[in-house]
Design a protein around this ligand. Structure first.
Ligand code: 5AD
Ligand code: SF4
Length: 482
């Protein structure tokens, strides 16, 4: 080991991470957490974020902490005094990419021996990963997980000034911490965590272990945050949770559900409200009804189905059937006309036969999805499905994925075609990736729209008449009267 680590050394345990305890909220005063104020003065940080919106939201908090401590952001790796990778553990290829990235970043340690290299997020929550980092990546100076971001100031102080290696990963999620600073990535749209963790334990999924017990933030804190964002000029929020439909299930002092929260947020002046991710087993009628009536709740619902086979769904511990999923989709389409449904699907789950896969294809056809994230099953150590027998070859799994993607892509196109010659509201994000003279933004149904317009429109909601439909985006003309 190249450096000592005295003050902090705590590894996670996947066994401990299964345990569920009660939740409390702590309002944190960041200024009390460091001895040396302004510890980042004259220093540059670089944060690389991988994975889901939960990680993006956590990175916004880390940036807030860095900048409160006086660090300045840089995108230049050779200039950074500290580089942190906020990692994702959901599939093996996500992890392999990050190990590769660590190998590449090692070179900067030669040119700058004082560089601090850190690994944060979901990967350090896995015992196996921490062991591998200790064994094969001794040049990593800082390792912390998803439950202790609020301790980043103390870790930075120890690593920078104590020159000690810091390894501290809690298996236990502890309290909800409010009042942490945030530097948001966008000026007009924001993520708002409504809950943390997950209690579902789908048998393939590592998240309940890496993100801990399900904990709902208090309605008051969420509503205040949304009102504050309105005051700051934000036009859109996305409410975040692993299963937003179970929001409030952990409250012991009140009965307040996701539909209650939507009803309260609908009364705010936030122009657009989205949410992700939904769980079909908990998506109740009340929620469908609120969505049907409120103008600022967007008509796009991401509703992961994972499989269309009842046998596979049972083995996945999803707790719904193909029939009940389709009934829910039907109810959504009936009550929220024009709603757009997207989904997540896993192919090649252990024991999935050709017939099971055919059931998935059949469900995809019936549910009228307008988009999907599709994955090949990846065994995650510590989860039940990693121990299930799996006789399907990778070749067959890839073929299933290809067949599925053809169907899914047809759905993207069909979904976009609905808007040909229609006028849609677009929140202008910025200029198009491929052409700087073109503006890009998302419609209410979460369709990417490109059109000609002035950069001064960025951050505004404008009307655009759709003139051309592609599989991945729509082209249109700005309605000058908006
Ligand atoms: N293998 C493949 N896909 C997975 N997902 C979660 N865990 C795994 C896994 N072990 C997918 C699910 C989930 C999405 C975020 O990632 O479809 O909805
Ligand atoms: Fe994973 Fe299932 Fe929780 Fe989603 S609901 S994070 S798939 S365990």
């Amino acid at each position: 080991m190249s450096k000592k680590y005295d003050q902090y050394f705590k590894k996670p345990s996947i066994k401990e991470a299964r345990k569920r305890k009660t939740t409390t909220t702590e309002i944190l005063d960041l200024d009390q957490l460091v001895n040396i104020k302004n510890i980042g003065a004259g220093k540059h940080y670089l944060l690389m974020t991988y994975g889901c919106q939960g990680n993006e939201a956590d990175s916004e908090t880390m940036k807030g902490i860095f900048e409160r401590l006086g660090f300045e952001a840089t995108t230049d790796e050779s200039r950074a005094d500290i580089i942190i990778l906020n990692t994702c553990a959901i599939r093996e290829n996500a992890e392999n990419r990050i190990f590769g990235e660590l190998g590449r970043l090692k070179q900067y340690k030669r040119t700058n021996p004082d560089l601090i290299l850190g690994v944060a997020g979901c990967m350090p929550q896995e015992e196996r990963v921490v062991d591998k980092l200790l064994e094969s990546y001794p040049y990593v100076d800082l390792i912390f997980g998803t439950h202790n971001i609020h301790k980043l100031p103390a870790y930075l102080e120890t690593a920078l000034y104590g020159k000690e290696r810091v390894i501290e990963v809690f298996s236990d999620e502890g309290q909800i911490i409010e009042n942490l600073p945030k530097i948001r990535d966008h000026k007009y749209k924001a993520f708002v965590n409504i809950m943390y963790g997950c209690d579902e334990f789908c048998t393939y999924c590592i998240v309940p272990y890496t993100r801990g017990k399900e904990r709902s933030r208090s309605p008051k804190h969420i509503i205040n945050e949304v009102n504050e964002l309105v005051r700051e000029g934000y036009k859109e929020v996305t409410l975040l949770g692993q299963n937003v439909n179970s929001y409030g299930r952990d409250f012991t002092d009140q009965s307040y559900t996701f539909s209650n929260l939507l009803k309260d947020l609908q009364k705010t002046d936030m122009a657009r409200i989205r949410f992700t991710t939904s769980h079909p087993k908990d998506f109740d009628e009340e929620t469908v009804n609120v969505l049907a009536t409120a103008k600022n709740l967007m008509p796009h619902i991401h509703l992961p189905v994972q499989s269309g086979s009842n046998k596979v769904l049972k083995k996945m511990n999803r707790k719904y059937t193909k029939e009940s999923y389709l009934a829910l989709a039907e109810s959504i389409y009936t009550h929220i006309p024009h709603a757009s449904l997207t989904t997540d699907i896993i192919v090649g789950f252990p024991g999935e036969t050709e017939e099971d896969f055919e059931e998935t294809l059949d469900l995809v056809k019936q549910a009228n999805f307008e988009g999907a994230f599709t994955f090949i099953f990846s065994a995650r150590e510590g989860t039940p499905a990693a121990r299930y027998e799996d006789h399907t070859s990778m070749e067959d799994k890839k073929r299933r994925l290809q067949t599925l993607n053809k169907e899914v892509n047809a759905g993207y196109l069909r979904g976009n075609q609905r808007f040909e010659n229609k006028t849609v509201n677009v929140l202008v994000d910025g200029v198009s990736k491929n052409n700087k003279a073109i503006l890009a933004g998302y419609s209410e149904h979460y369709k990417l729209v490109n059109f000609k317009g002035d950069e001064s429109l960025i951050g505004q909601i404008v009307k655009v008449k759709i003139t051309e439909v592609k599989t991945w985006f729509l082209k249109g003309e700005l309605n000058e009267n908006t």
